[in-house]
Design a binder for this molecule. Structure first.
Ligand code: THU
Length: 120
């Protein structure tokens, strides 16, 4: 699958000298562009950014705000997105946004049910 291959490729750029845990992500826009990201760590830890958010912020900063799917590849067989990244996904994605992890696929609604919404 092309999206997962791009996530695996992006993982090579991971800057993770503290955790030694490499992650790559590839995000597909609704108009079929792919933005990749890797995790980027900081010696003071808090400013670190996950691969998924790197990909989202690259895409949004270039004018893309609608997405179909993301593939995530970490150093484990199944690297699930953290809570902060799930929240960022919910900012820009529909409930049926697809999240590919290893050989599994989930919707955003499955990984972040009952998410906060100021209109409900
Ligand atoms: N990390 C990600 O980039 N994405 C995930 O889905 C989980 C965790 C990063 C954050 C940190 O750089 C390292 O993996 C260890 O937590």
């Amino acid at each position: 699958m092309e999206l997962m291959e791009k996530a695996i490729e992006a993982k090579k750029n991971s800057y993770s000298p503290y955790s030694h845990f490499k992650v790559g992500a590839a995000l597909l826009t609704k108009d079929d562009k792919i933005y990749t990201g890797c995790n980027i760590e900081s010696v003071s830890y808090t400013p670190s950014c996950c691969a998924e958010r790197t990909a989202f912020f690259k895409a949004v900063s270039e004018g893309h705000k609608e997405f179909k799917a993301i593939a995530i590849s970490g150093d484990t067989e199944y690297c699930y997105p953290c809570g902060v990244c799930r929240q960022v996904m919910s900012e820009f994605c529909d409930k049926d946004f697809k999240i590919y992890i290893g050989d599994k696929v989930y919707t955003l609604d499955e990984l972040l049910p009952y998410s906060f919404d100021m209109e409900k």
